[in-house]
Ligand binder design. Structure first.
Ligand code: SAH
Ligand code: F3S
Length: 472
């Protein structure tokens, strides 16, 4: 989700005395945006203040994404923008963080001459040492993946925040090994964060006035705390550790109770790991949003097997049925890939028919991009021509657009609670917010303010937005 976006950051230290200025730009998934807040926190302690003005930076960091080739190309292109700056200011240092750093390691120093530092997602605690290396005129690399690192005790510096929405990471890494996916290689094995530290962060955000918190992980349903360590080593844990372990449904309930005035969201769910206890937790608490992002990738069981997805079409549809039963009217969105190796027109037709069966509110859709070293890259030929991948992608995009419109039309006439996040991009006279189903709602401004929960009567809609008026 959210790949190929970027965000320049603003948070000048108030004292204005910071000796050095850090400019950080994040690409890719929400986890990267959240990680950048951890990085800013670690470097703040080293005397760096953050700036949104790249021209005044002493250190530029790009927190990068490798999920598709296009995401990497975007970063490489962005790097070339810094050539001029570096010529003008030779002391300027440039670092690459995140998934590209982990995937390419010190090769990145050879390929991109202006890069001084390469730091993988589990090595941010080493930044103080790495920055010292830079100060000594050397290049610096740390791409060691960890079994334990969750940055549990690092209190993030909230970057570019509206003071309303915040992310809290709960797991790192992924063990699912989908055959197309680079994440298990760049983010390592799955491990969960201590629930106490999660709840403290949630309560702290509530006290600061935040109104919506998204619990983040590559696979949140797989959350399992048993005192620390890799998920795969749970079986080896002591009976006492197992008896007091905490799973995702419990964590979700604890978070909802810890901050009753805050909306709780979570991302991303994985069909094979999502169990009914999570669905019951969502149904039980008013402040847990009735929205599930549930990537499926394909509607064909044959393709799902080749993708090593751990679920087939029928199992996925059965889960959708249970969601609809336990959480009536739940918003559901998907991720889908077209043109995976060997995908036939019949497979593609099954994807379209699965979409018809589910009627998703929203979707993130991509055509297959071969990623080096993944199982699919090593064992399967990327044999679907680009035009075919793109044509199939357009067909699913068109279908999704039609389905979103149907879902939105069903909501016309409803009165929905909306959290105001700010002004509408299209008009200063309108508010922009979201309902519990994660749909954008736009309505005329009155005397409300961002951060308020208001009841809005939905009067009209487009494929992307609900339009309404505030109920008194
Ligand atoms: N569990 C993760 C998934 C990360 S990748 C999460 O937190 O969202 C996000 C989406 O990118 C995947 O669900 C998949 O649809 C897509 N994707 C991953 N690898 C891809 C590839 N090689 N080519 C095209 N799309 C890909
Ligand atoms: Fe990637 Fe599959 Fe994990 S898409 S992040 S390997 S669940």
């Amino acid at each position: 989700m959210l790949e190929e976006t970027r965000q320049g950051e603003a948070l000048l230290r108030e004292d204005g005395l910071s000796a050095k200025k850090l400019y950080i730009e994040s690409y890719g998934c929400q986890m990267n945006f959240s990680d950048s807040e951890i990085v800013a926190s670690i470097l703040t302690k080293e005397g760096y203040g953050t700036t949104k003005d790249v021209e005044e930076a002493d250190l530029i960091l790009l927190n990068t994404c490798s999920i598709r080739d296009k995401a990497e190309q975007t970063v490489r292109k962005r790097l070339t923008n810094f050539n001029k700056l570096k010529k003008a200011q030779p002391a300027l240092k440039i670092g690459v963080l995140g998934c590209m750093a982990e995937r390419l390691k010190d090769k990145l120093l050879d390929e991109e001459k202006l890069v001084d530092m390469v730091v993988g997602p589990d090595a941010y605690r080493d930044l103080p040492n790495l920055v010292q290396e830079l100060d000594a005129g050397r290049k610096a690399v740390n791409v060691i993946l960890s079994k334990e690192e969750t940055y549990a005790d690092v209190s993030p510096v909230r970057l570019g925040t509206n003071g309303i929405n915040a992310f809290v990471s709960i797991t790192r890494g992924c063990d699912n090994m989908c055959t197309f996916c680079v994440v298990p290689f760049t983010r390592g094995r799955e491990r969960s964060r201590n629930p106490q530290t999660i709840l403290e962060e949630v309560k702290d955000l509530e006290a600061q006035g935040y109104k919506e918190i998204t619990l983040l992980g590559q696979n949140v349903d797989s959350y399992l705390w048993y005192g620390g360590g890799l998920k795969k080593d749970f079986e080896k844990a002591s009976d006492a550790a197992k008896a007091t372990s905490v799973g995702f449904a419990q964590l979700l309930e604890m978070a909802a109770e810890a901050a009753p005035k805050v909306r709780i969201r979570f991302s991303t769910s994985n069909p094979q790991d999502m169990h009914d206890d999570v669905l019951h937790a969502i149904a039980k608490y008013d402040n847990i949003c009735k929205y599930i992002h549930l990537p499926v990738q394909s509607g064909s069981s044959r393709v799902l097997k080749l993708m090593n997805r751990g679920h087939n079409r029928e199992e996925y549809l059965a889960l959708i049925d249970r969601i609809r039963k336990i959480i009536p009217n739940c918003g559901i969105s998907h991720d889908m890939i077209t043109g995976f190796p060997t995908e036939t027109e019949e497979d593609h037709a099954e994807t379209l028919s699965l979409m018809d069966a589910v009627n998703y509110d929203f979707g993130y859709m991509f055509y297959y991009s071969e990623r080096p070293n993944t199982y699919a890259a090593r064992k399967m030929e990327d044999d679907i021509p680009l035009e075919v991948k793109k044509r199939r992608l357009q067909e699913i995009i068109d279908k999704q657009r039609a389905h979103s419109l149907v879902r939105h039309k069903q909501m016309v006439g409803d009165v929905q609670e909306v959290l105001i996040e700010g002004s509408s991009k299209k008009s200063e006279n309108d508010w922009y917010g979201r309902n519990t189903y994660n749909t954008v709602v736009v309505f005329p401004k009155g005397d409300e303010k961002p951060g308020d929960f208001v009841n809005v009567k939905i009067t009209d809609c487009t494929g992307g937005t609900l339009l309404g008026i505030k109920e008194n």
